[in-house]
Design a protein around this ligand. Structure first.
Ligand SMILES: [Zn+2]
Length: 286
């Protein structure tokens, strides 16, 4: 815990201090090591909230964004008490989840808090999580195929040919990129072709084209406040499949990913929300 009471005042842990837990009135002792986040720990072996998760700097930073008055708030329901990480002025509980948790725990907390959202620390699985702008994936990215032995160009029988279907190109500027890379357009078949005979490694060419398109896309500065994204999540944390409340993932960037579909699955859609907007929405001070 970040806060406990000394003489009735909320205090943060300082070396050698003891205080009273404001949730159970038990005695807590300051834990102030050089390698830990300074916190209060119950002198009695058990924490008064069995949902307690060891506090990390990540928790601490998030709670500090909301301030002392909204952090570590006791919520009692049917005689059972739990400590919400954050309770906003609009009575929304925000749970900051650093470690992996079971689907039972997720469901139990959603039932208890009811009006709540999750923010999970995505830093632990960042390498397994890929994000594309939906607009880019749907309207800019090209499907470049290698076709063999088709009479699409002047190439020899059996030769490999790179092809792009004209009808999948949504932006005129992409056609110019293909022309620049010496693709030949057949109006009759509505297809762009590139003869691979002399091309040692077609992946290099493909990568260059996709890079040019990405550059072009980025230069358009398509700037939506809430940007739709598509994600792939390798080794997705399956327990989140049972979450019904909104889930935001924090990758320690300037934005959060609000998962809109398929939380806990390998692929789905979401929305990129800047941290600034997230805080402005939930951190209502008055
Ligand atoms: Zn306590």
């Amino acid at each position: 815990m970040q806060y406990a009471k000394i003489d009735g005042l909320r205090c943060t842990a300082q070396p050698k201090l003891k205080a009273i837990c404001e949730h159970c009135n038990g005695i807590v002792q300051a834990k102030c090591g050089s390698k830990i986040v300074w916190h209060w720990a119950h002198v009695a072996a058990e924490n008064c909230d069995n949902w307690y998760e060891p506090e990390t700097q990540w928790h601490r930073d998030w709670k500090n964004n909301f301030g002392q008055d909204c952090s570590e708030i006791s919520i009692v329901k049917d005689g059972i008490k739990h400590i919400a990480d954050v309770l906003t002025k609009e009575n929304l509980v925000i749970e900051f989840q650093n470690s992996n948790i079971s689907s039972e725990t997720i469901m139990e907390r959603e039932l208890f808090y009811d009006k709540m959202i999750w923010v999970i620390n995505g830093v632990h699985f960042k390498e397994n999580f890929t994000i594309w702008d939906k607009e880019f994936a749907e309207n800019w990215q090209l499907k470049i195929e290698i076709i063999q032995n088709l009479k699409l160009s002047n190439s020899q029988p059996g030769a490999r040919v790179l092809t792009v279907q004209g009808n999948q190109i949504r932006h005129e500027a992409i056609k110019k990129i293909l022309n620049k890379h010496k693709f030949i357009y057949s109006r009759q078949r509505d297809v762009y072709t590139y003869d691979l005979n002399s091309m040692y490694n077609s992946h290099v060419l493909e990568a260059r084209i996709q890079a040019n398109i990405l550059e072009l896309y980025n230069s358009q500065k398509i700037d939506q406040k809430l940007k739709s994204i598509i994600y792939s999540w390798t080794r997705a944390r399956k327990s989140w499949q049972d979450a019904k409340k909104p889930v935001f993932i924090d990758f320690n960037e300037g934005y959060l990913i609000w998962i809109k579909t398929n939380i806990g699955y390998n692929r789905g859609e979401g929305t990129k929300v800047s941290k600034k907007d997230f805080l402005a929405k939930y951190n209502i001070t008055e």
